[in-house]
Design a protein around this ligand. Structure first.
Ligand SMILES: Cc1cc2nc3c(=O)[nH]c(=O)nc-3n(C[C@H](O)[C@H](O)[C@H](O)COP(=O)(O)OP(=O)(O)OC[C@H]3O[C@@H](n4cnc5c(N)ncnc54)[C@H](O)[C@@H]3O)c2cc1C
Length: 309
């Protein structure tokens, strides 16, 4: 599809939700454009490191195979995507979006921007990314087998990462900023009994230390000014995800967590603006949900444009 600056439907984000919407828009003959900031589409599919267990046609598939098959289908379907640069401004009333200095005008917008990992926002985090700073023990734990590591977080992902690191012989310090964990009780019970896992509650990471690679993690515990140091060759940061709605604050109705509030077919609080996938699904982020919501939103947009019954 040639690049157009005026389109009937503009989709922000080429993850499962945005791409599923595009399929329906294409089928209904809607002129659409998808803009994706990454160099390739797929979004979080590239973050999955365990076999898929809950999506039909992909059960038991390694995640790489699943993502590759998905992208192959995108190519086969002829969905063209503008990649490599983000949408930087969205005006919901006029449905105008900016991509750097390029301006696009649409009759309808679909926001399918998904989630991003929440960061700690401490010195060393960005600088040592992939040099000891990791977001997945499932992917990276063997590189640190038998070495001291820190895991940060209090949810299931964090506790699971602590257990995975312990399984490969690492000595784990699990830092959680609160006194209460939100993790699966069975995981937490196992972690508490595990002699290789030291749990530190009410702990806030202050700095990740290392010249070229992670060497230690500095943290403070509540009520104390003493900087404590955990020797570590890796830090697994598992402090959750947040919706990518920073361009929409004050423009669309969001919930307290920043997720877009939607009705049937992904309608939002602004006429002609729709949302689909994880960006509006705090309760059930999944491939199946993103595909379903994307399809529904695509259909609903086509209906609004008078192209679907
Ligand atoms: C580690 C992990 C394991 C998972 N395992 C499973 C599983 O086993 N089964 C399952 O069903 N689900 C799983 N999921 C969840 C599933 O991957 C997601 O629910 C689904 O992929 C979400 O799709 P989405 O299109 O809503 O969002 P995303 O995949 O987040 O896509 C959003 C896209 O929008 C782009 N974007 C964001 N902002 C902009 C902007 N301003 N301009 C342009 N582009 C932008 C992003 O780059 C991204 O490509 C897992 C997720 C993770 C992280």
């Amino acid at each position: 599809m040639p690049r157009r600056k005026r389109v009937e439907a503009l989709i922000v984000g080429a993850g499962v939700a945005g791409l599923s919407a595009a399929l329906f828009l294409r089928d209904f003959g809607v002129e659409y454009l998808i803009v994706e900031e990454a160099l390739q589409p797929g979004g979080q599919l590239h973050e999955i490191h365990a076999p898929i267990q809950n999506y039909l046609l992909g059960i038991g598939w390694e995640s790489d195979r699943f993502a590759a098959a998905f992208l192959n289908d995108v190519r086969t379907a002829g969905i063209s995507i503008l990649v490599g640069s983000p949408i930087t401004r969205i005006a919901v009333r006029t449905k105008t979006v900016m991509r750097g200095s390029e301006r696009y005008q649409a009759k309808t917008l679909l926001i399918a921007t998904g989630l991003r990992r929440r960061a700690l926002g401490v010195p060393g985090e960005r600088e040592l990314e992939s040099r000891g700073v990791s977001h997945s023990a499932n992917r990276d734990r063997t590189a640190y087998a038998g070495r001291p590591v820190v895991v940060v977080g209090g949810g299931t992902a964090a506790v699971e990462d602590a257990l995975l690191c312990s399984e490969v012989g690492s000595q784990v310090t699990l830092l959680h900023r609160s006194s209460r964990f939100r993790a699966r009780p069975d995981f937490l019970a196992r972690a508490k009994k595990d002699p290789s896992i030291r749990i530190v509650r009410n702990a806030r990471v202050r700095r990740i230390v290392g010249a070229d690679r992670v060497e230690a993690v500095e943290y403070l515990t509540r009520g104390s000014r003493t900087v404590r140091v955990a020797k570590a060759e890796a830090i697994f940061i598992r402090v959750g995800w947040e919706p990518r709605t920073e361009l929409l604050r004050g423009k669309l109705r969001l919930d307290r967590g920043g997720y877009i509030q939607v009705g049937w077919g992904g309608v939002t609080s602004a006429a002609g603006v729709y949302a689909a996938g994880d960006v509006c699904s705090p309760r059930w982020p999944s491939i199946a949900n993103a595909a379903g919501q994307g399809a529904a939103a695509g259909w609903e947009i086509a209906r609004r444009l008078g192209k679907a019954g």
